[in-house]
Design a protein around this ligand. Sequence first.
Ligand code: WQD
Length: 340
Amino acid sequence: MKKTVLVSGGAGFIGSHVTVELVEAGYDVVVADNMSNCDMTCFDGVTKIIGRRLPFIRMDFCDMEAVERLFSDYQIDAVIHFAAFKAVGESVAEPILYYRNNLSSFLNVLEAARSHGGCNVLFSSSATVYGEPDETPVTERSPRQPATSPYGNTKQMCEDFLRDAVKAYPEIKGIALRYFNPIGAHPSALIGELPRGVPNNLVPFITQTAIGKRECLNIFGNDYPTPDGTCLRDYIDIVDLAKAHVCAVARMLDGRMKEPYEIFNIGTGRPVSVLELVNAFEKVNGVKVNHRFAPRRAGDVTAIWADPSLANRELGWKAERSVEDTLAAAWAWEKHLAGK
Ligand code: WQD
C-alpha cells in the first residue's frame, strides 16, 4: 500500500522541493501550510511539475484542533515538519513570536502523532546548532554550541523535543536532518526561493543583484582567517537536499533505523567561500554581480562545513549536483520570476 507523508510548511522553499521528490518516489503527499511566509507560487509550481494537484490544507500548526483534524482526516505514516519562522535577525527582535510559533507547532505535531497511534517524524534542523565549531568539518557527534539567536535555539529545542518524545513514546520514531546552506532551485525553474523584501541569504541576494533588483551585493567581511578572507560554508543543492528527505522517510517507513532517534548532517562536505560562490555564479551564468566588501555581519561564523559520511553510508544519499549547476538553476529561477 502507498504510504502517506504529511509535509507541514509544504508550500515553502524546501517543502515544495521535498514534495516533488516524495511524489516522484511514489508517496502520497498531503501539503499543509498557513502561507504566513509564502504565496501559492511554489505550490502551483509543484502542481505543474507533477501534473496534478495534491491535497492542500491551509492551516496553522499552532492550532491544535486543526492539527488533530488533519491527523484524523488522513492516515499519516510520516510527517516532515518544516512549518516555522526562519529569519535569524527577526528572531532576535521578536523572540516570543519565534518561540511561540516554532515550538508550539512542533509540540502539536508530536502530540497528534502520539494520540493517533504513533508516527514517523522528520524534523528539519540546521547546522546552526553547531554554532562556531571548534573543528571542521562537523560530524553529528560534534558538540552543539549555545544558540546565538532565538531561531537557532528553537532548532535545538525542537531536536530535544523529538529526542525526548521518542524516548518516552515508542510509537514515535524520529529523524532530525541538519541542513547546511540550501541553495538553488528545481531544474524546471518552476519552484525556488521567494524571499520577502530584502533577502538575508547570500544566493537570493546574488540573483537579485544580477537581475538589477538590488544595486550591489555586500560581502560581509574579507578579513576572516580563511584562504580568501571571506566566510566558508557548505552550500547544498535544494534538489539534493530534498532527496535526502526521501531517503530518510524510506528508512523510517521500512524499519531500517538503527536507533529510534537519529540525526544526519545534510551537506556536501565541500567548503566554498563567499567570493568563490560569487565568482562561480558570474562564470557559469555569464552575468556580472556588482559587489563590494563590507564589514562583518554580527553573528556570522567563520567557517562551517559538513562531514556527510553518516548520511552517505546510512541513508544511501549523497549530494550530486555541482555548485555550478546549482547556481545556474538559481539564476534560471530568478529569470523565471522576472518573466525573462
Ligand atoms: C552565507 C554567507 C554571509 C548575505 C543562515 C542561517 C542558518 C540557515 C541558513 C535558515 C555568510 C555571507 C550573506 C549577503 C554576504 N537557516 N553573505 N552578503 O548565515 O550561513 O546561514 O541561513 O533558515 O540558520 O543562519 O547563510 O546565506 O545568510 O550567508 O556576504 O548579502 O554569505 O556573511 O558568510 P548563513 P547566509
